[in-house]
Ligand binder design. Structure first.
Ligand code: PEP
Ligand code: MN
Length: 340
């Protein structure tokens, strides 16, 4: 349920209203926009007397929200939310950023060299997997704790904040100094993991599952938000469709405008895992920027031929640099004055 307050409502009136609503066992979220203040109510609102609220002097209108996602819902929070990682890495509410790095951390030289290249090209955050969710148990599983150490070395060397994927709650203590925790496609509905991440005060990048609907993605975000962590970046990374012959997945670009209508959370696109081939990454990255994405995440490797994971879809630093220049041009066209 949302309660829209009249523009001239005083702070004292608002406090007394929200105190009364909270005393009925509801979670109360206040969103002060430029034009209106929205009070979102989460919990069992079936016993709330709608007519009584409507009768209050300060209340403009009351609406029941039928969507199952509440905290993530734009109706609860009409303005875009921004997730700020540091001064340069901000996603949403007009801010755009590019995240880049290898699929997996392999060696100190590799991660520092890629980090320096992507930073020089304009990336605002370094990605790299330490724990890898591989289809085959015989494939490289990542360097684990040592991979996290190397990412922190790369952060020290370049100043770039770090994003890396978590596979298990048991690994959480290792992620203390990581700036953004990634929940990969395969864990989008690992609800116990999501609940645990809800207790953190750290941004979470939540990837859409291979066969998940946008509603399911938003419900997974809701799991994290219900625990109190509202710093979530959603990520479209391609879904399984009937034709994944020439591409690894199918990039659902319509997810960008649809999600941006449904939620206030920032939306980024990962074209690398969507297409699976470095040949197509640039086209889809540019299309995602044109579609209004708040950021792009791509895989970049200093030596894709020898990469231990996802070499085929990894850009070389030179290809990444060229793509960044084009991204800036498209960004300028869709959001003048707000290029990365
Ligand atoms: C990744 O980003 O390294 C990854 C494994 O991605 P996804 O979860 O989208 O497959
Ligand atoms: Mn990968």
């Amino acid at each position: 349920m949302i309660v829209i307050l009249k523009q001239n409502t005083t702070e004292a009136q608002m406090q007394s209203l929200t105190g009364w609503l909270a005393s009925q066992g509801l979670d109360v979220h206040i969103s002060k926009g430029n034009f209106e203040t929205v009070v979102g109510l989460i919990g069992d609102t079936s016993k709330v007397d709608e007519e009584l609220i409507k009768s209050l002097e300060m209340v403009e209108s009351v609406r029941r929200i039928s969507d199952p996602f509440k905290s993530a819902n734009r109706k609860f929070h009409p303005d875009d939310s921004a997730v700020q990682v540091n001064e340069d890495a901000i996603f949403g509410a007009g801010h755009f950023g590019v995240i880049a790095g290898p699929c997996s951390v392999e060696t100190e030289e590799q991660i520092i060299s890629v980090a320096q290249s992507v930073k020089n090209a304009g990336a605002v955050m370094l990605r790299g997997g330490a724990f890898k969710p591989r289809t085959s148990p015989y494939d490289f599983q990542g360097l684990g704790a040592q991979g996290i150490e190397l990412l922190l070395e790369a952060k020290k060397a370049t100043g770039l904040p770090i994003i890396t994927e978590i596979l298990s709650i048991a690994h959480l203590p290792l992620f203390e100094d990581i700036d953004v925790i990634q929940v990969g496609a395969r864990n989008m509905q690992n609800f116990e993991l999501l609940k645990e991440l809800g207790h953190l005060k750290k941004p979470i990048l939540l990837k859409r599952g291979l066969a998940n609907t946008l509603k399911e993605l938003l419900m997974s975000a809701e799991y994290i938000m219900a625990g109190g962590n509202e710093q979530i970046i959603l990520c479209e990374r391609g879904i399984r469709t009937f034709d994944n012959t020439y591409t690894r997945n199918t990039l659902d670009l319509s997810a960008v405008p649809v999600l941006k209508e449904l939620t206030h959370l920032p939306v980024v696109v990962d074209p690398s895992h969507a297409v699976g081939s470095s040949k197509y990454v640039e086209s889809m990255a540019l299309a995602a920027v044109a579609a209004g994405a708040d950021g792009i995440m791509t895989e970049v490797h200093n030596d894709p031929l020898r990469a231990l994971c996802d070499g085929a879809q990894s850009l070389t630093p030179e290809q990444f640099d060229k793509m960044m220049k084009k991204i800036n041009i498209v960004r300028q066209a869709v959001a003048p004055g707000k290029e990365c």
